[in-house]
Write a protein that binds this ligand. Structure first.
Ligand SMILES: [Zn+2]
Length: 290
């Protein structure tokens, strides 16, 4: 059989070369990394996939490590905070010293979050975290395993509808707190089992003044989850859990006005919107009244 040689069409003829010339000043290179979504809302997470030589991604002051995956590619999560500024920004993807970084454009969309007032009794409003509790939580957010235990899709920790979505501006007894809702609240009767959204390692399972009985899980490669206000804990610190394992039972411990599950997703220590990761239904206005 004759050997077919594949010749780039037109490259050796003069006319197309002249046409191409203005575009040839820089070496032609195919886009190597991808980012999803390219238009992101405040509180959402960017998923970045690159060839193996890329090691990190940077957007403004925030850096994310890109980890080797089983398919040979690199993958990383970069969180967009509720407090970030909307606009168009360059995502810089680095691959060591020798080669220049690649850049991708990311649009951060203006995102409107509603306000919500929470009525708290003086005893509940008076609850505050101790310095030891704050140190433990900071340590949790800053130390994440490099090995990935999580996989898509995450599982909802309980089945109830959402009574308060992520990002809501919080008022306590009518006064603005300057804080936003860093997780979601799901309607959950007292005693309902609370399940791990993904596999991981339990970093803490203990009582806190504000969080009540709480569990924190390290899922690896940037992702962590936390579950609050439980009546009873089942998970033990250091234990490995699988997606769907029972961590404890719903309650109203800590700064809480009634049984529900408040849970949080952290990406590289920043609160992100769980509704981007898990399908969650907002409760209807009528159902919201207790
Ligand atoms: Zn909450």
């Amino acid at each position: 059989m004759p050997v077919r040689t594949i010749r780039p069409p037109g490259l050796f003829t003069v006319a197309p070369l002249l046409v191409l010339a203005p575009f040839c000043s820089a070496p032609l290179r195919a886009q190597q990394c991808t980012v999803s979504p390219a238009q992101v809302k405040l509180g959402e997470t960017l998923r970045i996939t690159c060839p193996p030589e890329f090691t990190s991604a940077k957007l403004n002051d925030r850096t994310a490590k890109l980890f080797p995956q089983q398919n040979g590619q690199r993958f990383g999560l970069l969180p967009i905070s509720v407090k970030d500024t909307p606009g168009t920004f360059s995502l810089t993807l680095s691959r060591g010293e020798a080669d220049p970084p690649e850049t991708l454009q990311v649009g951060i969309r203006k995102t409107i979050f509603p306000s919500q007032n929470v009525t708290l009794s003086p005893e509940i409003e008076g609850l505050h975290s101790t310095p030891e509790e704050i140190a433990l939580l900071n340590n949790f957010k800053e130390n994440i395993s490099d090995s990935r235990s999580w996989a898509d899709p995450l599982a909802p920790p309980v089945s109830g509808c959402m009574t308060s979505p992520f990002g809501v501006k919080r008022l306590h007894n009518g006064k603005p707190t300057g804080e936003y809702h860093g997780g979601v609240d799901q309607r959950t009767p007292e005693g309902e089992p609370i399940r791990a959204v993904a596999a991981g390692t339990v970093t803490f399972a203990r009582q806190f003044n504000v969080l009540g009985n709480a569990v924190g899980i390290d899922h690896g490669q940037g992702l962590e989850s936390m579950y609050l206000h439980m009546s009873r804990l089942v998970a033990a610190p250091g234990a490995s859990v699988q997606r769907g394992d029972i961590l404890g039972y719903a309650g109203s411990t800590g700064r809480s006005t009634g049984p529900h599950l408040h849970w949080v997703l952290y990406v590289n220590g920043i609160n992100v919107n769980p509704a981007q990761w898990v399908k969650l239904q907002l409760c209807s206005a009528a159902a919201k009244k207790r």
